[in-house]
Design a protein around this ligand. Structure first.
Ligand SMILES: [Mn+2]
Length: 270
């Protein structure tokens, strides 16, 4: 009986299956938490979601930027991005179930017993855990409401870059989604940067990776996150654990067993 957090699967269903084999996953007793971006660029997003929907009682997930964009596409608000390979899922008979499942996924999962907070991109350094979780109620309410499509339509855009500038529910929701699913670097004043995706050695000060900002509020959990493939796992401390090792780019798919923080990696399976 174990709980695992899995990095960005991105539709790499063969790699997910290899990982499930490697951990001898038992859906009767184990639990899998996806750190977001389950689908989009890999070869079989439909396979991933079909597996997830068949194992719902043993699976949970936080939303990533690709998951949210997929919801917007499924709702008719947006078109798939050029590199997305989600057509088979969009035309499948499980689309409605997929949308219903995604809409109930949160942006963060708190696991006090295992001292873990799971979020796709990270925790904005101006938030402590309680402030983040309290603020995220707004996004969860909107995504699970009857007006979810209208709410989703307001999520696109880079402003406000700072929580203090979020002066409406739409603005708060947009900031929270951007911080939790797209953030990598922050400015000295904690404003979100949306320009840089590179590894930290290629990005000049004063920008800093969100977890390295000196004013970052203490989080009384280890923050376990994905999203940042160019970081490639190079932030693994008591405070943070980076899980995205670029499976979809030919890297590895990485999971951590929460019970003892044992890491499991499988290579990208073609
Ligand atoms: Mn992402």
């Amino acid at each position: 009986m174990a709980t695992y957090v899995v990095g960005d699967v991105q539709g790499c269903f063969k790699s997910l299956r290899a990982l499930l084999n490697a951990i001898a996953f038992d859906s009767q007793s184990d639990h899998l938490i996806f750190a977001g971006d389950l689908i989009a660029r890999g070869e079989d997003s439909l396979g991933v979601i079909d597996w997830v929907l068949s194992h719902q009682s043993a699976v949970s997930a936080v939303l990533g930027n690709h998951d949210l964009h997929f919801l917007a596409v499924a709702a008719g608000l947006r078109r798939p991005k050029t590199k997305d390979r989600t057509d088979a899922l969009l035309t499948s008979s499980i689309l409605d179930d997929c949308v219903a499942w995604y809409r109930q996924c949160p942006l963060a999962i708190d696991r006090p017993d295992e001292h873990a907070l799971i979020v796709h991109a990270g925790v904005w350094p101006g938030f402590d855990r309680l402030k983040l979780l309290e603020a995220l109620d707004l996004v969860h309410e909107r995504l699970t409401s009857a007006d979810w499509i209208a709410a989703l339509d307001t999520m696109y855009g880079n402003s406000p870059a700072h929580w203090d500038q979020a002066d409406s529910e739409d603005a708060k929701s947009r900031f929270l989604i951007n911080a939790c699913t797209r953030m990598r670097y922050v400015e000295p004043d904690l404003s979100l940067d949306f320009e840089h995706k590179e590894a930290p050695e290629y990005v000049a000060h004063p920008l800093r990776p969100w977890m390295d900002h000196p004013a970052r509020l203490a989080i009384d959990r280890q923050v376990i996150f994905g999203h940042w493939a160019t970081l490639n796992g190079r932030r693994r401390t008591q405070a943070v654990l980076a899980l995205d090792t670029g499976c979809v780019w030919g890297g590895q798919l990485t999971a951590v067993r929460l019970d003892d923080r044992h890491l499991i990696e499988v290579p990208h399976v073609i």
